[in-house]
Design a protein around this ligand. Structure first.
Ligand code: OXD
Ligand code: MN
Length: 592
């Protein structure tokens, strides 16, 4: 039975039923009983494997098709009415052409299957930041993941009432045919259609498709921002908490940073870190003129490999109940899961991510896919911020951009002001990772870590950032920084320990925000004096000398980089905001 009388919802679903022809329709009400029933059905068909319920209560394992393990940026389209609106960094398809192609693929594809109708809220239900979506899917895996990642259920429809302001999402597994796989966003129609995939980033439509691509467009039109940013709170020994939003490309450690464990020294002093979100921020100006952020999600869709008791004990703890694991290895001895980097003891009697028998003690092959994931409820996280459910979000003191770069970008620097900060975000570049299909380790421009997620022309997006800044009192605007945890020496060794020790850099950032510490005014922005970054306890890992070397501005490298920026900007022609063109000219002059 339909859970709403909202006419726009019902007529849209009717149309889609007519198109895909399901055998049944099930509305997801978010109840425990219904979730249990769906889990049981999925286990009976092999879609899910029930794991050891003593060690991992309510946890399940899923394997995707081997051809379907990551986001597919080449098959992701922004179907705005003109190519220019989508801009040079997005694939574009004319909307009526796209609808026709997608409907041809989707037609009759639910025959013999059930249509699940998922009403969900991105953001706490009823929060002024929150937005409603409805996803139709023929996958129980998608339903159960959406139940973790978003707020699902009847109350969402109550909040929606008769409104037409909701995001339409149609997902059809079809045959998981990679030649016919498309992830299409129609920003002007509040619509998403995803066909022929079952991988999280392509099919949990609340996440990248809505909360970033569609929401970034909505934010542009409505005066707010949707960003690929974690949100964390740093509590100092006096009990004051300052919040930071930080943007990093996929699989660059956002989840680790969002949940970091302070180094011993800091713990002893009374520092704590609180996680508000690990992937997405929705940001708007509050009544006091400051920027506030919420995490629109309700769970973590984290990369499993490399997650362990040392690198991220909070994430690991988050996966101990109610979690769905995707494409990790299955340990048959105790019916648990394993992935590379979990510990040094891979199971001998196991099944690897593709479903083949696997002896982790002997095999050269990997047990888990490099982009294997856990979908874990946020409430499991031991350091989840008490402000997680705050409908009004948390006030942001600093915005941090960061990439994975072996050379060039120093450990940290601060922009001179908001507009220079927008420039710093716009020139972000990073080595590619396994989160998207394609080559790994190639440096590419990824402005604000939004390259695969910006739902409109990136030049308009930058202008939107500049326009938002113009409405802020500079005293209240977050300060903007850039960090790089990934600098390597000539032998290829990392020069900064990363993980919990990144708090040492965040401390400098907060001190800058509070005007407590001086900095060097350099060619690229404000850089710390090495003495102002606390390296106590890092003896043998970081010396004052090595710290100084990763805080240096290497002019020749920056001259080279400026050329790369110029080429990148050239793609946007005269749409490049004048402010950014001026910032680039300043950088070039400074590093000459
Ligand atoms: C993610 C991604 O899954 O960025 O968060 O790919
Ligand atoms: Mn992400």
């Amino acid at each position: 039975m339909a859970l709403t009388t909202n006419k726009s919802v019902l007529s849209w679903i009717d149309e889609k039923v007519e198109l895909v022809k399901p055998d049944n329709i099930v509305w997801i009400d978010g109840s425990k009983e219904q979730i249990e029933e769906l889990r049981a059905t999925a286990c009976s068909t092999g879609e899910l494997i029930k794991l050891n319920q003593e060690l991992l209560p309510d946890c399940y394992l899923h394997r995707t098709a081997v051809n379907d393990v990551a986001r597919v940026e080449g098959r992701t389209f922004i179907c705005a009415s003109t190519k220019e609106e989508a801009g040079p960094t997005n694939n574009w398809m004319e909307p009526s052409e796209a609808y026709k192609m997608l409907y041809d693929i989707a037609r009759d594809s639910y025959k013999g299957r059930t249509m699940y109708v998922i009403p969900y809220s991105m953001g706490p239900v009823g929060s002024p930041f929150a937005k409603v979506g409805i996803e139709l899917t023929d996958s129980i895996y998608v339903v159960l993941n959406m139940v973790i990642m978003t707020r699902v259920g009847k109350d969402v429809l109550e909040v929606l009432g008769d409104s037409n302001d909701w995001v339409r999402g149609l997902h059809c597994r079809c045959d998981i045919d990679e030649e016919k796989r498309y992830i299409c966003q129609f920003p002007q129609d509040n619509t998403i259609i995803s066909v022929n995939s079952g991988y999280g980033g392509n099919v949990l439509l609340g996440k990248k498709c809505f909360a970033l691509r569609i929401a970034s467009y909505q934010g542009w039109k409505e005066g707010w921002q949707a960003e690929h940013m974690l949100i964390l709170g740093i509590e100092n020994p006096q009990g004051e908490v300052k919040y930071i939003c930080a943007a990093f490309p996929s699989a660059c450690g956002k989840t680790n940073l969002a949940m970091l464990i302070p180094p011993e020294l800091y713990k002893e002093k009374g520092y704590k870190v609180w996680c508000v979100g690990d992937d997405i921020s929705w940001i708007r100006k509050g009544p006091d003129g400051r920027l506030y952020a919420i995490n629109p999600e309700n769970g973590f869709f984290g990369v499993a490999p490399g997650t362990n008791v040392k690198s991220n004990p909070n994430a690991l703890a988050s996966t101990k109940k109610g979690t769905i694991f995707t494409n990790v290895a299955h340990n048959l001895d105790d019916n648990t899961v394993w992935w590379e980097g979990l510990d040094k003891n891979p199971p001998a009697n196991a099944v690897e991510w593709k479903g083949n028998p696997w002896n982790g003690q002997e095999s050269e092959e990997k047990g888990a896919h490099p982009n294997s994931r856990f979908t874990a409820p946020a409430v499991n996280c031991p350091c989840l911020s008490p402000e997680f459910e705050n409908p009004n979000g948390v006030p942001i003191s600093a915005i941090v951009f960061g990439g994975r770069r072996a050379k060039l970008a120093p450990l940290v620097y601060q922009s001179r002001d908001w507009n220079h900060g927008v420039f710093v975000g716009s020139i972000m570049a990073s080595e590619t990772t396994a989160a998207a299909a394609g080559a790994v380790g190639v440096v590419r421009r990824d402005p604000m870590a939004m390259l695969p997620f910006c739902g409109y022309n990136m030049a308009d997006y930058w202008q939107h950032w500049i326009d938002i800044g113009a409405t802020l009192d500079p005293e209240k605007a977050p300060k903007i920084f850039n960090v790089n945890w990934f600098r390597k020496d000539d032998e290829g060794n990392f020069m900064w320990p990363g993980f919990g020790d990144n708090l040492r850099v965040l401390e400098w950032i907060i001190n800058r925000c509070e005007g407590k510490v001086d900095a060097k005014d350099t060619e690229i922005g404000y850089i710390p004096y090495a003495k102002d970054i606390n390296i106590e306890g890092l003896e043998g890992e970081v010396s004052l000398e090595s710290l100084e070397s990763i805080l240096e501005v290497e002019k020749e490298l920056w001259q080279e980089d400026a050329k790369g920026i110029e080429e990148f900007y050239a793609k946007f022609g005269d749409k490049i905001p004048a402010v950014l063109a001026e910032e680039l000219a300043t950088l070039k002059k400074n590093v000459q």
